[in-house]
Design a protein around this ligand. Sequence first.
Ligand code: MN
Length: 260
Amino acid sequence: MMVLIFEERLMHMQTYPLIGIAGNHRQDNTEEDRYILSYAPNGFVRGLEKAKAIPVIIPISTPEFAKEFISRVDGLLLAGGQDVSPLLYGEEPHLNLARTYPARDAFEIELIKEAYRQHKPIFAVCRGLQILNVALGGTLYQDIESQYDNISVKHTQKTMPSQPTHTIQIASGSELSRVLGTTTPVNSYHHQAVKQLASNFVPVAWSTDGLIEAFESKSEDQSVVAVQWHPELLIEDSNVMQGLFDNFVERVNRSKQNTK
Ligand code: MN
């Protein structure tokens, strides 16, 4: 009897998938804090917990480890952060390029390639959307205010992160529209954006000035939802964006079922 209960608990635990959050480095340059810290924004941890997944942070590491990391997780979450190096898509740095971090770029590109090789679902946010596009052969506007002619929306809001400031239009029939409907307000903290979308992807949401705010995978073999805003900063004040985390965990669970 005891054994049975124990096994039931084990089976229950196994229904919670393990999600790897690609981490970042922080270096405090104060006298006391000259070491590097590995971290991920806690909103991602909260969103995954609430969606009944176990979050783990994948620290920036040697690209050769990507295969091992990905083989141990059920899904990959790509978080926000630094600008993507334009050298990766054949451009020199524009004058308005912000800080880049080549070691993170290199490691995340390998994580993405491995997630594709192993068909592990991906959820990408902000920089995560951008590095995902570049990893699959797309390009970016390095700085939308100086490079995107039709810009008319403020994409670097001054308002607090928990408040949406601009609207997006969502393609009906997309995975995203099932979660958010065909229009929704979002927060916005990006000065880069998709220019040429990689051929693996289909755009599914746009700001009113025409920038791509979300894309998904064209292939049934690879589940991807990528968004340009920050849902992890919107989940404490509203349940709407928690739906993206729930959707990600559903996609991961479905993918696990299919590979059994
Ligand atoms: Mn925006």
